[in-house]
Design a protein around this ligand. Structure first.
Ligand SMILES: [Fe+2]
Length: 436
């Protein structure tokens, strides 16, 4: 079975029983204990409770810290407490598994996929999404300059902008996905940071993370590569292959980013750590410290996946970007070794072979943009046809490919192949802006 078929088979398979990261793995902590206050309603098996909202002696048990392994321990804490303080590291590490096992019907609503509705949803959300996207891009551009000069960065503005991106994505992520497809080669680093933030928020939404976690994850994405501004630009933008020495310098962006964010003050440890660990891999093959799975938080793993996906699907000064399906194949091949296997499978489920906003060529040569992924027919999304068979622009026509529509010659429309971003000469920016 080829990789594409294997990925496709994930869509039709039922969710597998997942291993518990925290309960089965002896976890070495990266740093001293960082506590997080949560309401008792959010307690989960695997969390380590280190402080209560009342003395431990009020409880009918003899301990002063507990790693929850049974439901009855949660029941007991819920009976006696309103909120508790947990070891934040234990929280993040188990998060991906706990969320993946939850039913997906709280905030990830199944979209109405009639072509008309999908098109309308996109156009309604586009003005708000564009405002948040453009502001974020402008802000990250300035922030990168500040990092380069070792100046103070406006982290409160970063948080506000991430929050506005979360608003838009929670409402309808399609518009943000479309905007993320507009790529300018000469602004790779800042655009990449914004895209990683947006994609991370969308992935967190898919995993049903609560809003405060989505905002933190988005900030991790937006700031994960700030250390690149400490790398000489002639090396970062070199068109040919890097020498071994140059590659070693590029790798240092992880450490430099971490040190900058840590020394800046007032920035959540998770954000600093994601900058440090986003190139680390599950089997220790990554850099800079070659640390392995037990030391990588769910946030580090998510940013690692999203960062790699965006880098692979974007044009770089030394190579062209690849179609999304090819990038997903690589993530799939490297799951377990390089990337968290559960998260990769969830990510593939979310993105789909034909992600929203991506371009496809139909079997009759027409070019279309994916408007919405059809949950029951992932290989037959709702698309908007934008060119004729000769690649001449036409008035867009929204079509649900799962409904087996025919073209003017009576042939059933199917996707022939996925296109890489920027593969055809088409002004997506102009098109998206006119879509609002
Ligand atoms: Fe990086």
């Amino acid at each position: 079975m080829g990789i594409l078929e294997k990925i496709t088979s994930i869509f039709s398979s039922k969710p597998k029983a997942r291993t518990k990261l925290a309960s089965q793995t002896k976890v070495t902590k990266i740093q001293s204990l960082e506590k997080k206050k949560i309401p008792v309603a959010r307690l989960q098996i695997g969390m380590t409770v280190i402080e209560l909202d009342r003395p431990w002696t009020d409880l009918p048990v003899l301990f002063q810290e507990i790693t929850i392994v049974k439901q009855k321990e949660i029941d007991m804490l819920q009976k006696y407490c309103q909120h508790v303080y947990i070891d934040a590291y234990s929280y993040r590490t188990i998060y991906a598994d706990a969320l993946a096992n939850r039913k997906r019907n709280v905030i990830y609503k199944k979209p109405d996929l009639t072509p008309k509705q999908a098109s309308q949803n996109l156009r309604e959300e586009m003005p708000r999404a564009r405002k948040a996207f453009d502001k974020s891009h402008k802000h990250i551009n300035q922030l990168m300059k500040d990092v380069e000069r070792d100046s103070h960065i406006d982290i409160n503005s970063s948080k506000e902008l991430v929050s506005s991106c979360v608003d838009s994505i929670l409402s309808n992520e399609t518009a943000m996905f479309w905007l993320s497809k507009i790529k300018h080669k000469d602004e790779y680093t800042s655009e990449h940071c914004v895209r990683v933030g947006i994609l991370a928020i969308a992935f967190g939404k898919y995993l049903q993370m609560p809003r405060d976690e989505l905002e933190l994850l988005g900030l991790c994405g937006m700031l994960h590569d700030v250390g690149k501004m400490k790398v000489p630009q002639h090396i970062l933008n070199k068109e040919g292959a890097l020498t071994e020495d140059e590659y070693q310098i590029v790798k240092e962006h992880t450490i430099l980013g971490y040190v900058f964010l840590r020394n800046h003050g007032g920035i959540d440890e998770a954000v600093c750590t994601a900058a440090y660990n986003h190139h680390e891999r599950m089997n220790g093959d990554g850099y800079p410290r070659h640390i392995e799975a037990p030391l990588l938080t769910a946030f580090d793993r998510i940013i690692g996946i999203v960062d790699s996906y965006d880098a692979m699907t974007s044009d770089r000064c030394y190579r062209k970007g690849m179609p999304p399906s090819q990038a997903l194949s690589i993530l799939y091949k490297e799951q377990g070794n390089h990337y968290d296997a559960n998260l990769v499978q969830e990510f593939i489920q979310m993105v789909g072979i034909y992600p929203v906003g991506s371009m496809v060529e139909l079997n009759d040569g027409q070019i279309a943009i994916v408007l919405a992924v059809n949950e029951d027919h992932k290989l037959e999304p709702v698309v908007e046809i934008i060119t004729d068979a000769n690649h001449k622009l036409i008035k867009p026509i929204a079509v649900d490919l799962s409904k087996h529509q025919q073209n003017s010659k009576g042939n059933y429309l199917k996707i022939k192949r996925a296109l890489a971003d920027n593969e055809i000469d088409f002004d997506l920016e102009d098109y998206v802006h006119n879509a609002a």
